[in-house]
Design a protein around this ligand. Structure first.
Ligand SMILES: Cc1ncc(COP(=O)(O)O)c(C=O)c1O
Length: 408
């Protein structure tokens, strides 16, 4: 019982699952900075700076780029609940768990939902999504870019253009890819996008960067209703259906993040500091450099795993560079391996969900974690634990292959 009063002292793990990943120490330092009041000019300046940094991260000229407080699904819900009115036609292409999540949230918003599915471990040929848009004529297409559940990244060619041609909005969930893969919002003609901090942005879970364009802002503002206690004198509500969430109401969030600074929630001060530092670190490295680092690390990890005699999961030509699925070999206790890695090496790798449960491990090389030392440590730890399980990889082949990949 005395333990409850012990100082908080979590073990130092290397988090190489599909997220959260080990946070950059600079982000952890930002979390410890002094709190400021939400209308302190120093704080509102940080809010404005976050908007500038997020625009660069999303590669967009959108006026609206800000944080939704909560984990990545808070950003998803804010966009979907603000954009979808009951009865709106929505198309969700599903190629993993998070496509199912988008469908589930859209359904809760009262959407008239159409889904198409691709087998887990594969992606859609973009033409299949375009054909589904032409057939179902949705108001909104909601699509995951990189689905960590299967490690696949959906090619986006022509999907934004098809949405524009058919007067549909395009929302993309880039939780797992922002900062690790190129996701140029404007070039891909994406109307709204959301992400999270705990993957390629090297921060803790708990803040969701989002962006959306003026088309979305107009749609949402037509549904604008402001809380009675704060509505400015003479405020006239929009005549569209009221947005069914107060916390995730993008119309009110725009008033909070915009020059009106109309009070809504209390912005999560420390998470805003963290998000600012996450974005600053990626942009300081350079987007292209950051994407290239993720690619090189992924190639080296794959080379090492294959040299160990392991099989990579899924259609590798569409694998995200920041997470790799590994088929658990016949006769090996997958959870036993993960437990031994955690207890003996302080290393976390990921398990899987749904149809992949017990079939694959998922190894993340995201953000701060995507480096040579971690790949070599992960390969050697995994090799040692697999040996304990009776699996016999060729000795040291994995390290040699990974090092050769880094040199090459
Ligand atoms: C693609 C994708 N979308 C959404 C989520 C949900 O994020 P969160 O758990 O931060 O709400 C995740 C988390 O793994 C994800 O990978």
């Amino acid at each position: 019982m005395a333990e409850i009063f012990d100082e908080l002292n979590p073990p130092q793990r290397l988090l190489m699952g599909p997220g959260p990943v080990t946070a950059d120490p600079r982000v952890l330092r930002a979390l410890a900075m002094p709190l400021l009041g939400q209308f302190d000019p120093a704080f509102t300046r940080y809010m404005s700076e976050v908007m500038v940094l997020l625009r660069q991260l999303f590669q967009t000229g959108n006026r609206w780029a800000f944080l939704v407080d909560g984990t990545a699904r808070a950003g998803i819900e804010a966009i979907l609940v603000s954009m979808i009115a009951p009865g709106d036609r929505v198309l969700v292409p599903i190629f993993g768990r998070f496509g199912h999540l988008l469908a589930e949230i859209a359904r809760r918003c009262g959407a008239e939902l159409t889904t198409i599915e691709a087998e887990w471990g594969t992606v859609f040929p973009p033409e299949r999504i375009v054909a589904a848009i032409e057939k179902s004529r949705p108001k909104l297409v909601a699509l995951v870019h990189g689905d960590t559940s299967t490690t696949m990244a959906q090619p986006m060619d022509g999907i934004g253009a098809a949405c524009r041609r058919h007067d549909a909005y395009l929302y993309v969930d880039a939780t797992a890819t922002l900062g690790g893969m190129d996701v140029p919002v404007d070039r891909w003609e994406i109307d709204a996008m959301s992400a999270g901090l705990q993957k390629c942005l090297s921060g803790p879970p708990g803040s969701s960067p989002i962006t959306f364009n003026d088309r979305v802002a107009s749609l949402v503002n037509a549904r604008k209703h402001v809380e009675q206690g704060i509505a400015p004198a003479g405020f006239v509500p929009g005549n569209g259906p009221v947005i069914r969430s107060n916390y995730f109401d993008l119309a009110m969030l725009m008033d909070y993040w915009g020059p009106e600074r109309l009070n809504h929630h209390t912005e999560a001060t420390s998470m805003l500091y963290a998000a600012r530092e996450c974005a600053r670190i990626v942009l300081k490295e350079g987007l292209a450099e950051c994407f290239a680092r993720h690619r090189v690390v992924s190639q080296a990890l794959m080379a090492g795993l294959e040299a160990m005699g392991l099989t990579l999961y899924g259609d590798i030509s569409h694998k995200m560079p920041n997470v790799t699925g590994v088929v658990i070999p016949e006769g090996v206790d997958g959870e036993g391996v993960r437990t031994a890695l955690l207890s003996e090496f302080n290393l976390e790798i990921g398990t899987s969900f749904g149809p992949l449960r017990g079939r694959i491990w998922r190894i993340g090389t995201m953000g701060y974690n995507a480096n040579e030392t971690n790949v070599l440590f992960c390969l050697s730890s995994l090799e040692a634990v697999l040996r304990q399980q009776g699996f016999r990889p060729p000795a040291d082949a994995a390290l040699a292959a990974a090092q050769a990949a880094f040199r090459g």
